[in-house]
Design a protein around this ligand. Structure first.
Ligand SMILES: Cc1cc2nc3c(=O)[nH]c(=O)nc-3n(C[C@H](O)[C@H](O)[C@H](O)COP(=O)(O)OP(=O)(O)OC[C@H]3O[C@@H](n4cnc5c(N)ncnc54)[C@H](O)[C@@H]3O)c2cc1C
Length: 413
């Protein structure tokens, strides 16, 4: 009996995971990618330790996704964090829970996992065809690629597109697929930066002295959203976990109000009057910088940031100064471009999908991973949803092709 042929386009985590599942279910799977080698962005993510997922309970986990689409919530329930951890362990990479509940592979990088994964795919007879860029899709499905030897046409029983977003295009996902799919009548929400840096008009002196320095253990508020964490000063503004978590709210404020006003609390664990009391105990002959360092332990970059904030020169009176420390105001006129962001918001809209993860406009063509219209902060939420949507889409393809999919017992969260 001939095995049904599945073509996966995109050799990132979504594509490779779907390929693994479908090959294990009995499909003849070939993965195409425009780059010379697979999983480039995953390997890049590995440079930061490869934060695979997060260990927090289900409700808290799901709440991290701004406007979580129901299909992604369902996919996460079908393939929750413990399933991803078990998968990594099966590839010889047991995971551990690091600071703030984030989950990492033991090697704290992606390369051993990717090596073991590619060996498993070879064992499952998954074909990998690199340097082939998807340039067209016709009913069938019939896929057209431009490769080193020219145009190639491939017919299959089902296709999965896992083409990623448009951040770090050098890693392969350049968002070029948006034109292709829109041309075929697929609704695509505009691709926008997520988990991106923000721009702030620092003085040249501040940017020159403090770019690369962190603001540790601060809270950053935008309207009524308050995020605790760390931010990194850059020549252009700020980036880092606390800023990334506010991505969607910052984009929204820029779109509706033309600018976002961030309020940084440099001493979030001390109430205003306690900060003022510490300042009041300072020796009058000490400079302001010395007082802020000695009495509050503020790092030089935090002190300098205070001087950069809206409001100009700093008051010496303790309560007024405490007020500035608890609410240092920064104006964000814009965000850093998509190509430097960690991830992408926007993508194939969920109302463009029929049942499951299949494109309504293109029967037999399914979609998974970051190219779908969901977003998430850093913390492992991106890869978890990438794998979960790939698991869900591959289950839909298997059902369509009449392939038995073993289906893991779903671990409880
Ligand atoms: C610096 C950085 C650090 C990150 N760290 C983390 C982290 O620690 N934890 C986390 O959860 N997430 C992290 N991410 C995000 C995570 O890497 C992505 O969300 C994830 O890789 C998305 O997987 P994907 O398979 O959907 O897309 P991708 O990994 O982008 O793969 C898409 C593939 O499709 C191919 N492709 C695109 N267009 C075409 C075409 N027309 N024809 C053929 N092939 C095509 C590309 O070459 C690429 O190989 C990080 C991202 C970056 C940039």
């Amino acid at each position: 009996m001939t095995r049904p042929a599945v073509v996966v386009v995109g050799a990132g985590p979504a594509g490779l995971f779907a390929a693994e599942r479908l090959a294990a279910a009995g499909a003849a799977v070939t993965v195409y990618d425009r780059m010379p080698s697979p999983a480039r962005k995953l390997l890049l993510a590995g440079r930061g330790g490869l934060n695979l997922t997060h260990s927090e309970p289900r409700r808290a986990f799901l709440d991290r996704y701004p406007s979580l689409p129901p299909a992604v919530a369902e996919a996460l329930d079908g393939f929750p964090p413990d399933a991803l951890r078990a998968w990594a362990e099966g590839l010889g990479e047991p995971t551990f829970v690091g600071t703030s509940g984030r989950v990492f592979p033991r090697a704290f990088k992606a390369s051993p996992l990717v090596r073991a994964w590619l060996a498993r795919l070879t064992g499952l007879s998954v074909g990998l065809v690199m340097r082939h860029r998807l340039v067209g899709i016709a009913p069938g499905p019939l896929l057209r690629f431009d490769g080193p030897e020219g145009r190639v046409e491939v017919r299959c029983d089902a296709a999965l597109l896992a083409l990623g977003g448009a951040s770090w295009p050098r890693m392969g996902s350049d968002g070029g697929w948006t034109t292709l799919l829109k041309g075929e009548g697929v609704a695509v929400a505009p691709l926008r930066p997520a988990n991106m840096g923000v721009e702030i008009a620092w003085t040249a002196d501040f940017a020159g002295r403090f770019a690369g320095q962190p603001l540790k253990a601060v809270t950053i508020a935008l309207g009524d959203r308050i995020v605790r964490g760390e931010a990194m000063i850059t020549a252009e503004g700020l980036e880092g976990g606390a800023i990334y978590t506010l991505s969607a709210a910052i984009r929204e404020a820029l779109a509706t109000a033309g600018g976002a006003r961030l309020v940084v609390d440099l001493k979030p664990d001390l109430p205003l009057d306690a900060v003022a009391a510490r300042l009041a105990g300072a020796r009058p002959k000490d400079s302001l910088s010395a007082v802020l360092k000695k009495r509050l332990g503020l790092a030089p970059q935090a002190v300098a940031l205070l001087r950069e904030t809206e409001g100009g020169s700093l008051p010496r009176e303790p309560l007024a100064l405490a007020g500035r420390i608890k609410a240092a105001r920064l104006v964000v006129p814009g965000v850093r471009p998509l190509d430097r962001a960690i991830s992408t918001a926007g993508g194939v809209r969920f109302d463009a999908l029929g049942k499951g993860f299949e494109l309504a406009a293109m029967p037999g063509v399914f979609v998974a991973g970051e190219m779908l219209d969901w977003e998430a902060p850093t913390g492992g939420y991106l890869l978890q949803a990438t794998f979960a949507t790939a698991a869900a889409a591959s289950a839909c393809i298997a059902a369509r092709l009449g392939l038995p999919m073993a289906g893991d017992p779903v671990p409880a969260w």
